[in-house]
Design a protein around this ligand. Sequence first.
Ligand code: SAH
Length: 189
Amino acid sequence: MKLQRVLQYAQFLLRQTVEEGDVVVDATAGNGYDTVFLAQLVGEKGHVYAFDVQQQAVNSTKNRLHEEGLSERVSVILDGHENVAHYINERISAAIFNLGYLPGSEHDIITKPNTTLKAIESLLGLVKVGGMIVLVVYYGHEGGKEERNQVIEYVSNLPQKKVHVLRYEFINQKNDPPFIIALEKMKEL
Ligand code: SAH
């Protein structure tokens, strides 16, 4: 296969962007797979801030990091990503979001348009020029299409000289497959 799958492409973008020693954000820790991936990318001298509003997600992320011996370079924070600026006052090189609900849990706790947009806005301020924000947009669940529409509306209107906005999507797949929105910061906003 020559066209990378959506999740592969998200990791590819992060690998292109993140260097050892960087500070990065996992905006939706969930089961912690991306947190581990980011912790490996930033290395011993880097740091990952991982957010989730569910204790269950925080626990499974912490367990996974512990198993991999990566706990020291990650702060797992039980709070919403809309509050990211309360926790970080340094430049980050990248952030990732997986929108939707935690796989394997009830579908009642999902990311929401207002808080997702607030987080994107804050992270656009924190990310350095050349840095990247990647969103994996799952929208098959109840409320998902509304969030997808609001995210697209917001990112479509970002000033093109300051942020390059990409949508990466397989357009002939059934059942609401996830797609990627990638924001590359080109200038201070
Ligand atoms: N749908 C994806 C996984 C999404 S996980 C998949 O199938 O792989 C989304 C995570 O975001 C959940 O663990 C949920 O608890 C978390 N979340 C919801 N609202 C949040 C918020 N405001 N801040 C941080 N995390 C949030």
